[in-house]
Design a protein around this ligand. Structure first.
Ligand SMILES: Nc1ncnc2c1ncn2[C@@H]1O[C@H](COP(=O)(O)OP(=O)(O)OP(=O)(O)O)[C@@H](O)[C@H]1O
Length: 351
C-alpha cells in the first residue's frame, strides 16, 4: 500500500511538532524517520497510525484519503520500544490477541500463531509467560503480534532501543528480512543513523519538526543537503569556507573546484555559512601526503583507527584501516601527513 503525506502540520498547543511534511512512501517500501530526540518523528508516526487527530494536511493510502479514519480502519500495526505486551498472558495469547479481536476461528488462530512464531524464530515458546522471556524475545513476540494480523502497513517506533548492541543488529536484520519478504510498507522511527541506513530503502531526516532531506541511505550520507544532515549521518569533517573559498585554494584541488556548481550547497546564498564536507574515510594518512597537521588524539577500535588532526586551526578526523600493520605512527603532538580525497563525493554544504 502506497502512502502519501501531504502538507502535514501537527501541533501541541503552540508547539509545532511537525511542520508541513510531504512524503510519498511506495508500496512495499521501508522508510526510516531519522532525527534527534524531539524532532517530531513519533508525532508523524502516530499521525499516520491515526493515533493523533490531524491538525493540517492529508494522508492518502493508495490515493484514498484516510486522514479521518480511526486507527483500526487503517490496517496498520505498530511495534513500540517498550514492547507493549500483556505480561500476564502467554506468548501465544499475546500473538493471538489481534486475531481474537477480529473474531478469527480458533483453529486458524492456532495455525497462524505457530507460523508467525516460526518466522520470528521463537518456535516452541507458545506457552511461556511474557515475564519469562528476555528483552529480545519479548520484542520478537511484539513483532509477531504485529505481523500476524497481516497489516498493510507496519509502523516501528524505536523498537530496538532497549536491546544490547548485538541483539539490535540481529533483530534489525530479521525485521528487514521479513519486511522485504512480505513487502509490507513500513515506517521505522529511529535516532540511530546506522540503524536507519541498514534497515531502510530511503531515509527521511528530520529536525525541529521539519523534513530536512529524503533520499537513499547512500545519497543522504554522501550528499547531505545541509550541515545538520551531514553531521547527523556520521562523522563529518566540515571546513568553513570564507567568501574567497580560501580553503579550497589551500587544498589546491582543481577537480573539486570545478565540480562544486553541481552540488546543492554550491548554489546557496553567499551570506549563509558554507562548509567543505568530507568524511574520515576520505582522509588518507601517509608519509607522501600533501598536507601536514598535528595529531590531537587517536583511538583504535578493532581494525579502525581514528585520528584527530589539527590542520591550520581546523580539526580533521581521519580513518586508518589496519593501523597496527600500516607502519603509520600516530603520536599526540607530533606532525602527520595526509591527503584528502575530494574527487568523488566531497561537497559544499550550507549551514
Ligand atoms: N503529548 C504531547 N504534548 C505536548 N508536547 C508534546 C507531546 N508529545 C510530544 N510533544 C513535543 O513535540 C515535539 C516532538 O515530539 P516527538 O515525540 O514527536 O519527537 P521524537 O522525534 O519522536 O522524539 P523522541 O526520539 O525523543 O521520541 C517535542 O518537542 C515534544 O516535547
Amino acid at each position: 500500500m502506497g502512502i502519501e503525506l501531504k502538507e502535514i502540520t501537527q501541533k501541541y498547543g503552540d508547539l509545532i511538532a511537525v511542520n508541513n511534511a510531504n512524503l510519498f512512501i511506495e508500496d512495499g517500501e521501508m522508510i526510516a524517520l531519522l532525527g534527534p530526540s524531539g524532532c517530531g518523528k513519533t508525532t508523524l508516526l502516530k499521525t499516520i497510525a491515526g493515533l493523533l487527530p490531524l491538525h493540517q494536511g492529508s494522508i492518502l493510502s493508495n490515493e484514498k484519503d484516510i486522514s479521518n479514519l480511526p486507527p483500526q480502519a487503517r490496517n496498520a500495526a505498530m511495534v513500540f520500544q517498550n514492547y507493549a505486551l500483556f505480561p500476564h498472558m502467554t506468548v501465544a495469547e499475546n500473538v493471538a490477541y489481534g486475531l481474537k479481536i477480529n473474531k478469527c476461528a480458533l483453529s486458524l488462530i492456532k495455525k497462524k500463531v505457530e507460523e508467525i512464531l516460526d518466522i520470528v524464530e521463537l518456535p516452541g515458546l507458545n506457552q511461556r509467560k511474557i515475564s519469562e522471556l528476555s528483552g529480545g524475545q519479548q520484542q520478537r513476540v511484539a513483532l509477531a503480534r504485529a505481523l500476524v494480523i497481516e497489516p498493510a502497513m507496519l509502523l516501528f517506533d524505536e523498537p530496538l532501543s532497549n536491546l544490547d548492541q548485538n541483539l539490535r543488529v540481529s533483530m534489525r536484520r530479521m525485521i528487514r528480512k521479513i519486511q522485504q519478504e512480505y513487502r509490507i510498507t513500513s515506517i521505522y522511527v529511529t535516532h540511530d543513523q546506522e540503524e536507519a541506513m541498514s534497515i531502510s530503502d530511503r531515509i527521511v531526516v528530520m529536525k525541529d519538526g521539519v523534513i530536512q532531506q529524503i533520499g537513499l541511505p547512500g545519497e543522504v550520507y554522501l550528499n547531505p543537503r545541509n550541515r545538520f544532515v551531514a553531521e547527523f549521518m556520521g562523522t563529518a569533517n566540515l571546513l568553513e569556507l570564507n567568501e574567497d573559498d580560501e580553503i579550497i585554494q589551500l587544498l589546491e584541488c582543481g577537480k573539486w573546484a570545478s565540480s562544486r556548481d553541481n552540488c546543492p550547497g554550491g548554489e546557496s546564498n553567499n551570506r549563509q555559512k558554507r562548509y567543505l564536507l568530507f568524511r574520515p574515510e576520505d582522509v588518507e594518512v601517509g608519509a607522501e601526503g600533501n598536507f601536514e597537521g598535528t595529531v590531537i588524539w587517536h583511538e583504535t577500535i578493532g581494525s579502525v583507527t581514528r585520528v584527530s588532526i589539527d590542520f591550520a586551526g581546523n580539526e580533521i578526523i581521519a580513518e586508518i584501516r589496519n593501523y597496527y600493520k600500516s607502519g603509520i605512527n600516530c603520536t599526540i603532538g607530533e606532525k602527520i601527513r595526509f591527503n584528502i580525497d575530494l574527487a568523488g563525493d566531497g561537497h559544499i554544504v550550507p549551514d
